[in-house]
Every structure is written in C-alpha cells, then in structure tokens.
Design a protein around this ligand. Structure first.
Ligand code: ADE
Ligand code: ZN
Length: 335
C-alpha cells in the first residue's frame, strides 16, 4: 500500500507557501538578508516546533516568514516546494499565500506575488506541475486591511484565482469579512475559507452562509452537526483536510481519533493536504501514509481522495477530465 500511495497522482488544495519554509532555507535566508532569528541551528529551529494549539504555531510561522524579503526569496521558497511536489507525485497544487504577513513588514505585494508566480510558471514548464494561487486574508487583522489587500491584488488578477481566510479562527468570525468577500466575488475571485479547525461546526455553517465559499479549509469539526454533514454530502461541498496539521496542533490527540476516513465513507468530498509541511513534519505522501496506517483503506478509497481533490479544484472541466483519466489509469493498473 505504501508504494501505491507513493506513486498515486495527487492534487493538493490546502498549502500555505510560507508553511513550506524548511529550517535550512530559513537559516540561509536569515543570513542572506541579515535578519536576526532566535535560532543558531536547524536543530534549534526544529526543537521550537512543539505546538499546543493553532496560536502557538502561528506565532512561530509569522516569525519564520520574516526572513522572506526579496522576490528571489519567494521564488526559492516556492521552487523548493515544487521540487517536493515532484517527489510526492503531486501533479496539481493550489497554493495559499498571506500577503499581509509581508506587506505589514514593508515588503511590496508585487515582490511577493512575482516571486511565487515566477516559480509556479517554471514548475509548469520544467516539471509539468500545474497550479493556482489563492491569497488569504489574515483574520486577526481588520476589515480595512483586508480591503487594502484586495486593492493591491487588482494588478495581479491574472495570477490570483481566489481569496481565502486564515490565521486565528477563534474570536475572528466570518462575519468580520462578509463585505470583503462580497466585493471579491463581485470582482471575479473564487472564494474559500478556513473554518471548523479549532472553532465549532457553527463556524463552518457561518462561513458557508455569509462568505459564499465553494470549499471549506479544514472543516473537521463538521461531525459535531449531523445536519451539516448531510448538507456537505448532498451539495458536494469539499473539505480540504490536513491530518498531520490536526495532529500537531492538537485538534486530535492521535490519528486514530481523526474523522477523515469516516467522512470519506459517509460520502463527504474530503481531500488530504499538508497545510504547513515544514512545520508539521510531513508533505503529501506522509499525510496519506499517516491516515492509512491509523485507518487502513483499500486502493479505491485511497484514490478517492485524489478524485475528490480533482472535483474540488479550480481547474477547468477539460483539465479535470485529464487528471481524472490519469488517476483512473493508475488505479486500473495497480488494482
Ligand atoms: N495559516 C497557516 N496555517 C494555518 C492553519 N492551519 N490554520 C489557520 N491559519 C493558518
Ligand atoms: Zn491552513
């Protein structure tokens, strides 16, 4: 089963590019850019990755992002992730970035987007990996800052397909961003939002009702509301679930407690994703293996995660058909 998982074509839909900053690159960029970080070695950095909840992780994540200054840094970060995609047989990826984590420090929006986009372009031509870019609003910041970010995105609409909502869920309800999302939709952006990661199932319903989103990031607490699960199944509303992230941020105590396979078997359009792999100790294959070892699945069930991700992705119907065919051929060959 390990080999089947390793070579299975995969589609990633929940990946924060800032969360792919490996300690080695963090140290290199801190030296290259003369930015002080409170660590002297890779081992010290990894030792600091002991999280007890979402906020304890976010504090370290934003601190790490401080070493990203120049366009080349954003390029290097994204290129390193794409090389990992190739190793894990990720054939399509939809990447989040947090512009405010950088513009708040005086880095230009253009610097961030251009660096990421140049790497994604190269990923397409040299690795054959397709991608989409989604900009997230930081929910701990105010509505005005989100609106300013939306204005900055205007010049890059050709590179950004959608908007999302991340950072501290508790205390920052979806309602705070209702008007920004309405405006983003009016401008033609697709929409997603983190909900029901640390917060209750009602946060998922609220995000669906107020923000008009087409998929939910995380959403694992949906199981607390049977009616909501019925709606997710009936309307094929996808959840981009991140198993190792949930484990590391103590959303679940152990993988055996995770509901992802139960949700799959109930007919929810669940997908497997890595969230912030440099911080949570695993990219896509690691996430698939962790789920399968706690909840053994057959090959059809494992491949269903890829079929779900294709369906939930923002690529056109033709491209979805190409990815489905690739996955079906793989499954047929290995049944
Ligand atoms: N930003 C990066 N990773 C996140 C997560 N798991 N939840 C909320 N915001 C995030
Ligand atoms: Zn996330």
């Amino acid at each position: 089963m390990k080999e089947f998982i390793q070579s299975l074509p995969k589609v990633e839909l929940h990946l924060h590019i800032e969360g792919t900053l490996e300690p080695e690159l963090m140290l290199e960029l801190s030296q290259r850019n003369g930015i002080n970080i409170p660590f002297d070695s890779v081992a010290e950095i990894r030792d600091a990755y002991n999280f007890h909840n979402l906020q304890s992780f976010l504090d370290i994540y934003f601190q790490g992002a401080n070493v990203l200054i120049n366009e080349q840094d954003f390029f290097d970060l994204t290129w390193a992730y794409l090389l990992r995609c190739r190793e894990d047989n990720v054939v399509h990826t939809e990447i989040f970035f947090d512009p405010q984590a950088h513009t708040e420090r005086g880095i230009l929006f253009d610097t961030v987007v251009n660096g990421i986009h140049r790497a994604l372009d190269k990923g397409m031509t040299e690795l054959g990996i397709t991608s989409k870019l989604i900009m997230c609003f930081l929910r701990h910041l105010d509505e005005e800052s989100a609106f300013e970010t939306l204005v900055q995105a205007q010049a890059h609409k050709d590179k950004i397909i959608g908007v999302g909502l991340d950072s501290t869920e508790i205390g920052n309800p979806a309602s705070k961003f209702e008007r920004v999302f309405k405006e983003a939709i009016k401008q033609g952006f697709l929409t997603v939002a983190h909900a029901g990661e640390e917060g209750p199932a009602s946060n998922i319903s609220e995000a669906l009702d107020l923000l008009n989103i087409t998929r939910i990031d995380h959403g694992v607490r949906c199981s607390e509301d049977a009616e909501l699960v019925t709606k997710l199944v009936a309307e094929r509303i996808p959840l981009t679930v991140c198993p190792l992230s949930n484990l590391k941020l103590k959303v679940v105590e152990h993988m055996g407690q995770h509901n992802i396979v139960a949700l799959l078997r109930q007919g929810v359009c669940v997908t497997i994703n890595s969230d912030d792999p440099a911080y949570f100790g695993g990219y896509m294959i690691d996430n698939f293996l962790a789920v399968n070892s706690a909840h053994p699945m057959n090959k059809v069930e494992i491949a269903q995660f890829t079929f779900n991700a294709i369906e939930a992705s923002f690529v056109c119907q033709n491209e979805q058909a190409r990815l489905r065919l690739m996955t079906q051929q793989y499954l047929d060959l290995h049944q």
